[in-house]
Design a protein around this ligand. Structure first.
Ligand SMILES: [Cu+2]
Length: 115
C-alpha cells in the first residue's frame, strides 16, 4: 500500500469535504460500470477519468449554460447537455481520448479507457 504524505492526506480530505472526488478509477472486473461525472463552473469534474472498456460515463451539467462532452478526434459526442440534464457515453474501445466542449473549447478533459 502506498503511503501518503500528510500534505497529500490533507488535500484529499479537503477534496472529499468539497465533494469533488468522484470514483475516478474503477478496477473491479464484475462487468460494466456507470461512472458519474459532472460539469461545473465551465469545467469537467473530474478532468481525468480512468475506466474500462464497456463502461459508461454519465455527465450531469450543473451549469446554466449548455455543454457537450465531445471527443476531439470525432469518435463520440454526448450531444447538447442542457442545465440540469445528463448524457451517457459508453466507451467500447480502449484508448486515451482528449475531450472538449463544442461550445467552450477551453473546457477539456482526458478519458483513459483500459482494455
Ligand atoms: Cu461548454
Amino acid at each position: 500500500m502506498r503511503v501518503l504524505s500528510d500534505a497529500t492526506r490533507r488535500r484529499f480530505g479537503f477534496l472529499m469535504g468539497a465533494g469533488l472526488v468522484a470514483p475516478l478509477v474503477v478496477r473491479a472486473h464484475d462487468g460494466p460500470h456507470l461512472i458519474e461525472a459532472g460539469i461545473d463552473g465551465f469545467a469537467f469534474v473530474p478532468d481525468r477519468l480512468v475506466l474500462r472498456a464497456g463502461d459508461t460515463v454519465r455527465w450531469t451539467n450543473h451549469d446554466i449554460a449548455p455543454h457537450t462532452a465531445t471527443d476531439k478526434a470525432g469518435g463520440w459526442d454526448s450531444g447538447r447537455i442542457g442545465k440540469g440534464e445528463n448524457a451517457d457515453v459508453t466507451f467500447a474501445t480502449p484508448g486515451t481520448y482528449e475531450m472538449v466542449c463544442r461550445y467552450h473549447p477551453k473546457m477539456t478533459a482526458e478519458i483513459v479507457v483500459e482494455g
